[in-house]
Write a protein that binds this ligand. Structure first.
Ligand code: HEC
Length: 96
């Protein structure tokens, strides 16, 4: 019984984390990258399934990564915590 509860608790927590990434993406990223990360007309490439998204996003935040339009991305990441960015990167990497 306890074991079952524990499994449920763990599943619940990971489901919440995944939901956060999806929620933030929908609110702050989808307008440019598309609801499923496949829109390439603004950013030049689709980001769906990019498993390197975390280092890119932290790089945009710190200023160590980016192309000609990196100011756009820096502005988009303003106000997001490291936890938010991790959840977002995981979500972006999971998009197909
Ligand atoms: C206002 C439009 C806009 C919004 C909103 C936006 N982006 Fe971007 N994104 C861009 C542009 C433009 C680039 C290319 C920037 C450059 O020159 O480096 C980019 C680049 C990226 C890249 C790197 C692509 C690559 O491989 O070079 C990732 C990852 C990314 N965005 C994720 C996100 C996430 C996650 C969010 C939500 C927090 C977000 N973007 C919100 C416009 C946007």
């Amino acid at each position: 019984m306890m074991k079952k509860l524990l499994v449920l608790a763990v599943l619940g927590v990971s489901a919440l984390c995944a939901a956060d990434g999806a929620k933030i993406f929908g609110a702050k990223c989808a307008e440019c990258h598309g609801a499923n990360g496949k829109e390439a007309s603004i950013s030049g490439k689709a980001i769906a399934g990019d498993t390197g998204a975390l280092s890119k996003l932290t790089g945009y935040k710190s200023g160590s990564f980016g192309g000609e339009q990196k100011a756009t991305m820096q502005a988009s990441l303003e106000g997001l915590s490291d936890e938010d960015i991790k959840a977002l990167a995981a979500y972006v990497g999971s998009l197909k």
